[in-house]
Each structure stands twice: as structure tokens, then as C-alpha cells.
Design a protein around this ligand. Structure first.
Ligand code: HEM
Ligand code: SF4
Ligand code: SF4
Length: 499
């Protein structure tokens, strides 16, 4: 969060690369695919043709083929960096548990596929590095008792190696990214409106960065492979090839142990303690008119609109899949029937969270507001995943916690201000880009700005509402923003009293 805060200052929250890691991964993937298609046109399979064709592209056609070769390499490296950061970030923010397990688990084989695609690419060049990689990786594979003849023997002398080997490798190098693409599609099955394209500025910036790198430090080969000599020394690509020196130092068995062990550990993360299983959203058909807003706003595609089953004169009804729901409550904030104003009957909306019903939320608001005093009374609706706002409770400030800021139906703000329960309402949630449930900040902003249903009614005085998006590392800013808001409220109240 500290790091992201610094990057926010450098790039602004819209272009902060940490908020677009998955989308950047897709972007690099496409750069690799497009540059790879061009390289493939000129690539010649066979010994020594493979090496010669890559040399032709690098030296004689440097102005396009050479640049594309470098782009192909550097975008692959960038994909690796992005993937490492993506995993680390999601783990650090604890976004792999509960019903997110599926997205996490479908990511794990992607790591292996990215490695296989990258390593097989280094073989194709058939230079000294390729020779090293070929021998090191086949020796590593030979540790498994699955091949009758050790495959590393193919590299004993030029006679033992034939050109069909390159055709096989080429097939692998193309097939693996295709499998990756399929798996990526799978990876995003449980993500609503997945961000697969980075913002334009970030795409242009990152592309320019790769281009400059390609021109300044073009990718080159390291002399043709010669199976009669030991390929030494070779310069390694430290993004993809770091496991090989480890295999050399520790042996194939240890590296297999590490690779399989860390894969299993990574795959087990969603089920490691502490486990949390919160009750998922439930639909109340008596109050659902099938308007589809909850389905549109749900970040995890947990709501579908099914045919009506209760005979009411509406076409559809919301249906929650409890295996997909992450209990964020965003659907409650989007439901037009979620309102605290109902007096005659209990305020039961079309959809709600059993752990914090709208009725319970209304009574928490009433209880919290009772303790408020002064002319700058603020009711803070705080997202529990952002900051522990209950620390703010005092004579002029009362807090009500929510699983996500976007769980708050805008009508609650109207309720608090029109009933005089407080002089102002503050909504405190995650820093923009860090929302635990992806769309909490975006949907809240859009609803308050009148860009997304349900709108905040026009009669609600906007100057009495504060939106504070702050990470736990920005607690001081949250406090000072709140203090500024209260100071503004005091001036407003005094002015109104004078009038
Ligand atoms: C080639 C590599 C990968 C790419 C291109 C990729 C891409 C993406 C994209 C585009 C999203 C949606 C982001 C959004 O719209 O909020 C996403 C989400 C996610 N990814 Fe990946 N991913 C990759 C690898 C992985 C790996 C290796 C893991 C974990 C082992 C992983 C775990 C997740 C999880 C848990 C989410 C859901 C995050 C959330 O609920 O907020 N991904 N990924
Ligand atoms: S609480 Fe609602 S919005 Fe959130 S995941 Fe569940 S169904 Fe979707
Ligand atoms: S937002 Fe409310 S009324 Fe609309 S479909 Fe969802 S549950 Fe039904």
C-alpha cells in the first residue's frame, strides 16, 4: 500500500500500473503474440537454419525484424514481472480466499505455461544460450522416470539431433500460448467486467518503454550452438532462466521438489487458515421487480436474471449463486427497493446480506446518530476493508461499518440528512484502485454523481457529503479530510443559523 501510494503520486490513480496488473499482463501477452507472428514468418526450422534466420532478422532486418524480436523478448519479460506482482499483490491483499478460489486456482497453471512458453522460445534461436537451456532443461526433465531414453542424449552431438526437433519445439512454442489464452478466458469466468485492457495512457507509456529498450539494448544471439563444445559462458535471461543455475547448484531433485512444492502451496492458499465464510446475499422475491441493477453491479458475476417463479407480473428475477458471491453487499447498494424510508412495513429489499440487513443497518444508523452532539455532527459510513473507522467515534463523529462502501444505498444519505440525524455524511472507503471488491469506489462515485442507478436524490445537499478514499497507510489524510469536512459543516451550520 505504501508502494502503491508512491506510484499514485507519480502516475495518478488512473495510470497507477499496480491497479492494472492483470490488464497489463494481457497487453504484454498480445505484444508477444503479434511480434511472434512476424518472427514466425521469417523463422526457418532446422540446424543451422534456425540460427541463421534469427540472425537475418536481428542484423539485416534490424529496423523491423530486429525490433520485433526485442519487443517479443522484453514483452515476455514484462509479462513475467506483471504476473509475479499480480500474485504477490492479490496474496498480500488477501484476495484469494473464499469464493475467489476459482480465479486463484486457474491462475496457478498459468505460471507453468508462461515458463514453458518462455523457455521453449530460448531453444528456438539455437545459439549457445539455446544449447545451454536445451541441455539444462532436458537434464531436469530426465530426472522424472517417464522417458525411456534420456532426452538430454539428443544433444550429445550434431548427428543425434534432427530438424524435426525444431518443428516439435515450434509447435510447443505456439501451442502453449494458445492453451494460455484458453486458460485466461477460464481465469476470468467469475469476474464481472474484467479489466483486460489497460488505460490508453498506460498502454502507450508501457509500449514506448519497451520500444526504447528494444532500440537501446536490442536482443541478440550468443553465437551458434556447437554441440561439440560446452556452451560457456552464457548470458542468462534472469526472468525465465533463473531455475537452471539453481538446478546446477542444488540438483534436479531439489528443483523438482521446490517447483512442485511451491505450486502445491500456492494452490492451497485459498484454503489455508484463517478461513472466513460469510453468509451470501439472498433475494426476497416479494420485493424484487427484476430490474437487473444488482446483476449489473455485482463484481463477481454472482447474480443472473432468471425467469420469474412466483407468478408476479415481472419478466425476470434476481438469482444469486452462493458459490460465486463474496458477500460484499454491492448488490444491496444497487437495489432500488433498499431504502430506510419505509415505515409501514419492515425495510426488506429485493436483495440483502443476512449478516447486515437493511433493517439492521437502519437501526445501527439511528443508534449511532443518537450519541452525536454539536453543530458539525458527522455520520461516517466506513468500509471495513479499508480503515477501522470506529477509532473515529467521538462527540461529533459516529461510525457505521460496512463490508464495502458501495453497499450503502444512496437513500441512506438522504435519510440521515433529511431526518437531521447528522449535519454531514462521510463515506470512507478503499483508495481508488485498491477496492477490495473491485467496483466499490467506482459505483459509489457514479451513484452519487447521478451517473448510475440508484441516483442520490437531487434534494440532498451535496456540500454535506464527503467522500474519503484512503488506504490504511493514509490514516492521517483520512483524519485531516474529516476534520476539514467538519470545519466546513460548522461554517454552513453557523451561516444557516444566521440566515
Ligand atoms: C498470464 C498471467 C495472468 C494474467 C494475464 C491475469 C489476468 C487477470 C485479470 C485481467 C484479472 C481481472 C482483474 C480485474 O478486472 O479486476 C485477474 C484477476 C485475478 N487473478 Fe489473474 N492473471 C494472471 C495470472 C494469475 C495468477 C498466476 C494468479 C494466482 C495464482 C492469478 C489470480 C487472480 C485472482 C485471484 C484474481 C481476482 C482478483 C479479485 O478478485 O479482485 N492470476 N487476473
Ligand atoms: S454480495 Fe451481492 S454484489 Fe457482492 S458478490 Fe454477492 S451477489 Fe455479488
Ligand atoms: S436490484 Fe433489487 S429489484 Fe432489481 S433485480 Fe436486483 S434484487 Fe431485484
Amino acid at each position: 500500500m505504501w508502494l502503491e501510494g508512491w506510484l499514485d503520486r507519480a502516475f495518478g490513480s488512473r495510470w497507477n500500473p499496480m491497479y492494472h496488473l492483470g490488464a497489463l499482463g494481457y497487453f504484454y501477452f498480445w505484444v508477444v503474440v503479434i511480434s511472434g507472428v512476424y518472427l514466425y514468418i521469417f523463422f526457418d526450422t532446422g540446424i543451422p537454419n534456425a540460427f541463421k534466420s534469427v540472425e537475418y532478422l536481428t542484423n539485416e532486418q534490424w529496423w523491423l525484424g530486429g525490433i520485433l524480436r526485442s519487443l517479443h523478448r522484453y514483452a515476455s519479460d514484462a509479462l513475467m514481472v506483471m504476473m509475479g506482482l499480480h500474485i504477490a499483490r492479490l496474496w498480500a491483499f488477501d484476495r484469494c480466499r473464499g469464493n475467489r478460489w476459482f480465479t486463484w486456482i486457474t491462475g496457478v497453471p498459468l505460471i507453468w505455461l508462461v515458463f514453458v512458453a518462455g523457455v521453449s522460445g530460448y531453444w528456438l534461436v539455437w545459439d549457445k544460450l539455446a544449447q545451454y537451456v536445451a541441455i539444462a532443461s532436458t537434464e531436469w526433465l530426465d530426472f522424472l522416470p517417464i522417458f525411456g531414453e534420456p532426452i538430454a542424449r539428443n544433444f550429445l552431438s550434431p548427428k543425434t539431433l534432427d530438424s524435426r526437433f525444431f518443428t516439435l519445439l515450434m509447435f510447443l512454442h505456439i501451442a502453449v500460448p494458445l492453451i494460455m489464452l484458453f486458460l485466461l478466458w477460464f481465469h476470468l469466468q467469475r469476474i464481472n467486467r474484467a479489466k483486460v485492457n489497460p488505460p490508453r495512457g498506460l498502454a502507450i507509456g508501457t509500449m514506448a518503454m519497451l520500444l526504447v529498450l528494444s532500440l537501446v539494448e536490442p536482443a541478440t544471439s550468443q553465437g551458434i550452438a556447437d554441440l561439440s563444445r560446452v556452451p560457456f559462458p552464457v548470458k542468462l535471461d534472469w526472468f525465465y532462466l533463473w531455475p537452471f543455475p539453481l538446478a546446477e547448484r542444488w540438483g534436479a531433485a531439489v528443483l523438482w521438489g521446490l517447483a512442485v512444492g511451491s505450486t502445491l502451496l500456492l494452490a492451497a492458499i485459498p484454503w489455508l487458515p484463517p478461513q472466513r465464510k460469510e453468509a451470501t446475499a439472498v433475494v426476497d422475491l416479494d420485493n424484487c421487480n427484476g430490474c437487473t441493477r444488482c446483476a449489473e453491479d455485482c463484481p463477481y458475476a454472482a447474480i443472473t436474471m432468471g425467469p420469474r417463479t412466483d407468478g408476479k407480473p415481472f419478466e425476470r428475477q434476481a438469482v444469486v449463486d452462493p458459490d460465486l458471491c463474496v458477500s460484499c453487499g454491492i448488490c444491496v447498494g444497487s437495489c432500488p427497493t433498499a431504502t430506510p424510508f419505509r415505515r409501514a412495513t419492515a425495510p426488506i429489499p429485493g436483495i440483502q446480506l443476512p449478516a447486515l440487513t437493511v433493517e439492521e443497518l437502519r437501526s445501527r444508523v439511528t443508534v449511532a446518530a443518537k450519541g452525536l452532539a454539536g453543530n458539525d455532527r458527522v455520520l461516517v459510513f466506513g468500509c471495513d476493508h479499508a480503515n477501522k473507522t470506529d477509532k473515529l467515534n467521538g462527540t461529533g463523529v459516529a461510525t457505521v461499518g460496512l463490508p464495502c462502501a458501495a453497499m450503502l444505498p444512496p437513500s441512506f444519505i438522504d435519510y440521515v440528512l433529511s431526518r437531521g440525524l447528522a449535519d454531514g455524511v462521510a463515506i470512507a472507503g478503499c483508495r481508488d484502485g485498491e477496492c477490495c471488491f473491485r467496483f466499490g469506489v467506482r459505483w459509489t462515485e457514479a451513484r452519487l454523481n447521478g451517473e448510475r442507478d440508484p441516483h442520490l436524490r437531487a434534494r440532498v445537499p451535496r456540500q454535506r457529503i464527503a467522500r474519503i478514499w484512503a488506504a490504511p497507510t493514509e490514516w492521517r489524510r483520512l483524519e485531516s479530510d474529516l476534520a476539514d469536512f467538519r470545519a466546513r459543516l460548522r461554517v454552513m451550520t453557523e451561516k444557516e443559523a444566521a440566515e
